[in-house]
Design a protein around this ligand. Structure first.
Ligand code: 4GX
Length: 247
């Protein structure tokens, strides 16, 4: 997978991709991250990428010409590419979206700054406008890193020993179950006995119960938004019953 990142701060990307899964992915050729300086695609002496908004108002807007030229240059006119704009106005980036992007051979990510980009860019150059969450950042660089990270770990072979990218938080639409490691007792705080029992089907059941419980408490929206099988409905009712009895 090739990631092309277009930014006015290319140095921002020195470092974040040099660790862990992304480092290994780059070393073994699974991913390639190309960072492009938007100012290299300007044609004036001052390398201008922004201008004042038509109609007036505060802030600056990213000019269309450098963005069009940058995308055309880095993609060489290759058709059917996904060109992402990171923006708070975008569709919320989630695990299903990450999975969808992991299937693609190439992703172009445009990092906006200022008040955003000229709408003609959004309408005619971008294929997907993507938000990483409902808060306002100072630029699209960190969101681009978030997308590259989440997508990379879903590329087959990216997780060393094929530990499942899909057995974790959100994979089954639930939050993760709690984890424990040694010592079995620390400052009087005990790890649950069931995890020491060696009974794997019991452990499986306990983990699933805890995952459902945590999701009901913290993110009921994840459960409400799902179509449930009869088995899942029974399981959730079961968890709710024990929660009521314990409190
Ligand atoms: N998830 N920002 C982008 C400038 C901007 C505005 C509109 C394009 C269109 C953000 C987020 C985010 C702040 C990055 C505004 N660029 N991006 N920037 N949340 O807050 O993705």
């Amino acid at each position: 997978m090739i990631f092309d990142v277009i930014t006015i701060f290319p140095e921002f990307f020195n470092g974040p991709f040099d660790y862990g899964i992304m480092r290994r992915g780059r070393e073994n050729g699974l991913i390639e991250i190309r960072v492009h300086d938007l100012r290299d695609f300007t044609s004036d002496r001052h390398r201008t990428v922004d201008d004042r908004p038509f109609g007036g108002g505060a802030g600056m807007v990213m000019k269309p010409e450098p963005l069009f030229r940058a995308v055309e240059a880095v993609t060489n006119g290759e058709p059917d590419l996904s060109v992402l704009l990171l923006s708070p106005q975008g569709r919320l980036f989630d695990q299903p979206t990450a999975r969808e992007y992991a299937e693609k051979p190439r992703l172009v990510l445009i990092c906006g700054r200022y008040e955003g980009v000229d709408e003609r860019v959004a309408e005619n150059l971008i294929t997907d406008e993507v938000s990483i969450g409902d808060y306002v950042l100072s630029g699209g660089e960190i969101p681009a890193m978030v997308v590259v990270d989440a997508v990379t770990r879903l590329i087959p072979g990216a997780l060393g020993c094929e530990q499942s990218a899909e057995r974790e938080s959100f994979a089954g639409g639930l939050l993760d179950y709690p984890h424990y490691t040694r010592p079995a007792e620390y400052r009087g705080l005990k790890a649950p006995d069931v995890l020491m029992s060696g009974n794997h089907s019991e452990i499986e059941r306990w983990r699933r119960h805890k995952a459902i419980e945590k999701t009901l408490r913290r993110r009921p929206d994840l459960i409400r938004g799902r179509i449930l099988s009869d088995d899942e409905r029974r399981e959730i009712e079961d968890v709710l019953r024990t929660m009521m009895n314990d409190e």
